[in-house]
Design a protein around this ligand. Structure first.
Ligand code: URA
Length: 197
């Protein structure tokens, strides 16, 4: 399934609405709402936790140090940043990069749900614990969830869990595991491309 022009219009309208969102307290401290970036017909959607300082300043997801590592990983599997869709669980930066509060995640959830349902990616790569536990509605750790293919939502979009690039920057030893996760995501995409629409 591809994204229609109508869906693109709805997504643009939603991004416009989100830009003045006041659904939770994070609206008070943000510089920009970071709605997401990338291709409207992307096959892969990357879902992270929430904007950090640089993302808040620039209004774009994953542009800081974590983002640079994510970009390298994507390039290693043959994707440019603009060929995938990149979004976060939270669209606004929590103060001092603290963990998102449950009510903030809930307040923001409709935006990501709409992004996923409009884009209908062939695979989702969930990076970090907040994204994994939110998307899969589980309390399990990334270490437990990674290495297998999960189903997301009613349309059962294949979802692979991996470590957050910020974690990998602090824990180099886990990089080979993240690499395996990306290869698993690639395998899914190959399978999805071969399957009839
Ligand atoms: N970390 C995230 O989870 N998302 C970003 O956009 C940046 C850093």
């Amino acid at each position: 399934m591809t994204t229609s022009f109508d869906d693109i219009d709805v997504l643009s309208e939603l991004a416009h609405l989100a830009a003045s969102c006041t659904r939770c307290r994070l609206a008070e401290g943000r510089t920009h709402v970071v709605f997401g970036a990338g291709a409207h017909d992307a096959e892969v959607m990357i879902v992270g936790e929430g904007p950090g300082q640089q993302e808040d300043e620039q209004g774009l997801p994953f542009v800081g140090r974590s983002g640079q590592l994510l970009t390298k990983f994507l390039e290693a599997i043959g994707y440019g940043r603009d060929e995938v869709s990149i979004c976060n669980i939270l669209k606004c930066r929590p103060p001092d990069n603290r963990n998102p509060a449950p009510d903030e995640i809930l307040a923001c959830s409709g935006y990501l749900a709409s992004q996923i349902s409009m884009l209908q990616p062939k695979a989702i790569l969930s990076v970090g614990g907040v994204a994994a536990t939110t998307l899969l509605e589980t309390g399990q750790s990334v270490g437990k969830l990674r290495g297998e293919v999960h189903d997301f939502g009613e349309s059962r979009i294949p979802l692979v869990v991996t470590y957050h690039p910020a974690y990998l920057l602090r824990n180099e030893a886990e990089k080979p595991s993240a690499w395996k996760d990306l290869q698993l995501a690639m395998k899914l995409l190959d399978e999805a491309r071969r399957a009839p629409e």
